[in-house]
Design a protein around this ligand. Structure first.
Ligand code: NI
Length: 285
């Protein structure tokens, strides 16, 4: 076919057409045929087969775009990953051991607080409850976990009665442990809290100052994002939902891309935490 078209060209322009770039030859050969490329294209577009192949091409282009986008993301390596999260081993209100490893496989929202907190902790836990219920309604399920920073007063019995009556998310699990185990969990997430004095412990009516942050942990047990008190329910809902969606999409790409391309990357939340942890930005969160 191509040779036949090229024949008159060769005759007219001698052997120099061999040297022309392929596209130039093609364009010239079309006009040499005398047929209008535009009208042919117009005719073909009326055919449903052409529309199907055009859609397929667009789909392929979109796939290519996603592929490039993913590759671009994967070049952002783990170098700046924040040093947040880590192992802990505590017990729930039934005395059943619950460690960070037991939670792998689920999205987890960790909240560190204490049940005698008069208003800030309850407000946050109600906000978290509302956010989690909204996410559940769109098919995004998260396991809420409360970790006490006040193991002296937050005994198993206290946690049980508190969570039975407070009206928080019904799937909440609340964890306590000895001082060392609680301290380890708090240190993993850099949770700040004041310690009661011996006199306060004796009186038993102390308050603790502490960081009011919820931590999202992905199903691989990695810290994914954190949410402060200043975020509204709507903002938190949007941010968590988007992060989970992006994460699942990334995992899907990782599963279809060759392994050497599926480099782990930071989530938006990890980037934010890394940024906040830089010297000079310590006031964040
Ligand atoms: Ni509190």
């Amino acid at each position: 076919m191509r040779n036949a078209r090229l024949t008159p060209l060769r005759l007219a322009r001698s052997s120099s057409s061999r040297m022309l770039p392929r596209t130039t030859v093609a364009a010239m050969s079309t006009s040499a045929d005398g047929s209008s490329a535009l009208s042919v294209a117009a005719q073909r577009l009326r055919s449903p087969v052409t529309w199907i192949s055009a859609s397929a091409t667009l789909g392929a282009l979109y796939g290519l775009y996603q592929f490039q986008y993913t590759r671009q993301l994967t070049t952002q390596r783990m170098a700046g990953r924040p040093d947040l999260g880590g192992d802990f081993a505590l017990v729930d209100w039934d005395g059943k051991p619950v460690s960070s490893k037991d939670l792998v496989g689920k999205w987890v929202l960790l909240y560190f607080g204490f049940t005698k907190c008069p208003d800030i902790c309850p407000d946050e836990l109600h906000k978290v409850t509302a956010v989690l219920k909204r996410l559940e309604n769109q098919g995004q399920s998260i396991q809420p976990v409360f970790i006490t920073i006040d193991p002296t007063r937050d005994t198993k019995a206290r946690l049980k009665s508190y969570f039975e009556t407070a009206g928080f998310h019904p799937r909440f699990i609340a964890l306590t442990g000895d001082d060392a185990a609680v301290k380890k969990a708090c240190r993993a997430y850099r949770v700040y809290f004041t310690k009661p004095t011996p006199e306060e412990i004796k009186r038993g009516d102390y308050l603790l100052d502490h960081s009011i942050i919820s931590y999202l942990v992905d199903p691989e047990g990695e810290f994914a994002d954190y949410y402060g008190k200043s975020l509204t329910e709507d903002e938190m809902f949007t941010r968590v939902g988007k992060l989970m969606g992006d994460w699942e999409r990334q995992k899907w790409w990782d599963s279809v891309l060759p392994a050497f391309m599926a480099t782990p990357q930071m989530t938006e939340g990890q980037k934010r935490a890394a940024e906040a942890a830089k010297p000079g930005n310590r006031s964040a969160a």
